[in-house]
Design a protein around this ligand. Sequence first.
Ligand code: DGP
Ligand code: NA
Ligand code: NA
Length: 213
Amino acid sequence: LRGGKEDSRGALVVLEGLDRCGKTTQSTRLVKHLESLGYSTELWRYPDRSTSVGQMISSYLSNKSQLDDHTIHLLFSANRWEKRSLMESKLKSGTTLVVDRYSYSGVAFSSAKGLDIEWCKAPEIGLLAPDVVVYLDIPPEKAAERGGYGGERYEQLEFQKKVGQRYQDLCSANWKIIDACSTMEDVEKQLQEIALDCVKTCQEGKPLSCLWS
Ligand code: DGP
Ligand code: NA
Ligand code: NA
């Protein structure tokens, strides 16, 4: 497999966006594409609902349990921390990780509730920094039209509007924005280009770094 060489690492590619922006479909397709080119690649997603922390999060999202806003924020963060060492070893062994949501979701969703943004960012310090963040940009109204929301806690138009504003505040130089209202094929192609570019830069020796950088 390409990218499996001892001296080259995998890339950390993060997809972000509002609920129903198409991240899940696109991240799945991207992984297949990178694999077809011979790159060792895995699809990850947060929250990872399979762990015990993830099960608490899942229960909260489906409104089966209630938690204080700060408490759930820290659980989402803990869910990323519990996978951090595995993430580092995968990347160092040459596997590229395509990750559906990461710390930016953590900060955007919790600060949209009114929590202080610096407080929200603090528990993410020291997690691995993505090599690229791809934001699938969709107007909240358009996202809401896409077959309706699934009924989880945050899937409400007014709240998603606030989340969109928070993402705008977080957006920095290493973010790539894709218009998620383009055709599925267009989005797919743009994403492939961005990811491939990033994978190559990492292979050439770009060092791993930590949040918030
Ligand atoms: P998903 O499984 O991608 O549909 O995500 C579930 C929901 O949880 C979605 O509305 C986004 C939200 N979410 C994802 N990560 C975080 C996080 O770290 N903190 C908070 N508060 N919400 C998050
Ligand atoms: Na969702
Ligand atoms: Na998703």
